[in-house]
Design a protein around this ligand. Structure first.
Ligand SMILES: *[C@@H]1O[C@H](CO)[C@@H](O)[C@H](O)[C@H]1NC(C)=O
Ligand SMILES: *[C@@H]1O[C@H](CO)[C@@H](O)[C@H](O)[C@H]1NC(C)=O
Ligand SMILES: *[C@@H]1O[C@H](CO)[C@@H](O)[C@H](O)[C@H]1NC(C)=O
Length: 321
């Protein structure tokens, strides 16, 4: 009883002079794994004139670095599996970890203690994910590269295994149109996972589009964000199908690509897919004789590809659209 009282009075009398204030932790949300990769974790605090007794760093409750100025040497390091602490760049304000691997993902904590007599102690925590990015760029497969009005084009974007599974964003002519978020299944599961997104683009005339939007939003109660329907179909095994409605672009073509992202440290774009309106063959214009056919850019690409495949025996011929 007496002791409790005493401590209470003492703290009051101290009036914050020996207290620890404004403790904050600063940890990158994500870093890349691998040799030569490192992470600097910082801890800032205000001891208000008191001396520092110790600073300790933990990963998932296991202490891996301790700095106690009164001891000689002041530093103690406990092994982190696979990685090491760079002692030159670690002190009472920060710790630098080198050669991170994804199993070191998790919550990092910084604990600061002021010196005697109060040993006021506080702790802060922040998550860090060590990223193993996908090996290759994301890849698109598409049901068709020619469209007629009224068509629904299906496209898949797939990404190789990575940790954590990347998010996938669809880009139509430089505009983001839809996104698939990859949810983490478990905190302690360090498995690499592939990511996948399915998109359906319906190409409809302006009038149908207006009718469609009125019909869909009022009767089906789905959320529309600027042409974009987020359609979670629980019955489907292969996850959700993203839907996007497009009015025919004036240029009669558009490009589609997808981007895989992992936090703010990894982003890679697929090769773009060119999709073109399947216009009827134009009637022959002038005289039937020698004039060479005029090829548009896309047809030239097709033409060159075919030539390349044929190699030496490449013949000059017009590839009809
Ligand atoms: C530190 O904490 C005090 C209150 O304890 C607050 O008034 C002050 O703004 C904080 N300073 C910083 C730099 O966060
Ligand atoms: C997309 O993936 C689904 C599921 O694997 C498959 O059934 C479909 O044929 C694919 N579509 C395209 C255009 O690749
Ligand atoms: C995916 O996106 C969600 C929502 O923006 C975000 O909270 C999450 O951190 C992202 N995941 C990755 C791996 O980037």
């Amino acid at each position: 009883m007496f002791l409790k009282h005493f401590v209470f009075l003492f703290v009051t009398a101290a009036g914050g002079v020996w207290s620890l204030r404004n403790l904050s932790i600063s940890v990158p949300r994500a870093v890349l794994s691998g040799e030569g990769q490192s992470a600097i974790l910082r801890c800032s605090y205000d001891l208000e004139g008191a001396a520092l007794y110790s600073i300790r760093w933990y990963r998932a409750e296991n202490e891996f670095y301790r700095f106690v100025p009164r001891e000689l040497p002041p530093t103690m390091v406990f092994p982190l599996p696979g990685a090491s602490v760079d002692l030159v760049q670690s002190d009472q304000h920060q710790v630098r970890i080198v050669n991170m691997n994804r199993r070191l993902s998790g919550d990092y904590q910084c604990e600061v203690s002021a010196d005697a007599p109060l040993f006021h102690t506080d702790i802060r925590s922040a998550p860090l994910t060590v990223v193993d990015p996908p090996f290759r760029a994301p890849h698109i497969t598409i049901s068709q590269t020619r469209y007629a009005r009224g068509d629904a084009i299906r496209a898949n974007c797939s990404v190789d295994e990575a940790y954590p599974a990347p998010n996938i964003t669809w880009i139509l002519d430089d505009h983001k149109i839809a996104e698939t978020i990859s949810w983490r299944s478990s905190e302690l599961d360090f498995k690499e996972r592939a990511a996948f997104s399915q998109l359906e683009i319906s190409i409809v005339e302006m009038e149908q589009y207006k009718m469609g939007i009125t019909y869909t939003s009022s009767s089906l109660n789905k959320v529309y964000h600027d042409h974009y329907v987020y359609d979670r179909d629980a019955d489907k095994e292969d996850g959700e199908l993203l839907r996007y409605t497009l009015t025919p672009p004036p240029t009669s073509q558009f490009t589609l690509s997808c981007v895989a992202t992992i936090y703010d440290i990894y982003a890679r774009k697929s090769e773009p897919v060119f999709i073109k309106e399947d216009t009827p063959q134009p009637a022959s214009v002038t005289g039937e004789d020698s004039s060479a056919p005029v090829l548009s850019g896309l047809e030239w690409i097709t033409f060159l590809c075919e030539c390349h495949n044929l190699g030496e025996s490449c013949q000059i011929r017009y590839i009809s659209s």
